[in-house]
Write a protein that binds this ligand. Sequence first.
Ligand code: AMP
Length: 195
Amino acid sequence: MTINIILLGPPGAGKGTQASKLVDERGLVQLSTGDMLRAARTSGTEMGQRVAAVMDRGELVTDEIVIGLIRERLAEGGKGFIFDGFPRTLPQADALGRLLDEFGMKLDAAIELKVDDDALVARIVKRAEEALAAGQPVRNDDTPEVFADRLREYYKKTAPLLGYYYAKGDLRQVDGMAAMDQVADQIATVLSAAE
Ligand code: AMP
């Protein structure tokens, strides 16, 4: 059975990590708007150049751009999607609902990874250190200063989605502070209930 889920939570909550596990273990398709935007920057597309400065400030790019990226990807099809870092605003959540309808799909759950802010800052510092140690590029927005702005954007624009999905009966919460495998187990439990 196909399953479509949203991973919700502040930056550094572990959405990307859990999404990759689900890709490996269940063959779901990870749709990360952050990855798509970074790819657009790297390949130097006009859109990529336009969003670069906004991303480096830790602000959100326009709804229109990310909705366009998701629409293109959904049109290609797939056997089940994990939305990672999308939607991030109420208009994006409405747009996703319309897109799923249009493509004859439905949302099975919006899973919130609950974490505390201090732990997030520690994680982001660690992510930057690990990238450096592995000789990989450090994300421009993984500095403590920009991270604080990303967190503010989250509380201002994305946190209202928790109420939005709760009201629809779609919100499920997992303890994002648990060890990675335990978080994955909790997500698996949510998924089996949805299947
Ligand atoms: P992420 O990799 O999900 O942390 O995203 C990195 C950056 O890309 C964010 O700080 C935003 O600038 C931008 N971004 C990613 N997804 C979205 C979205 N759904 N809406 C607006 N901006 C986004």
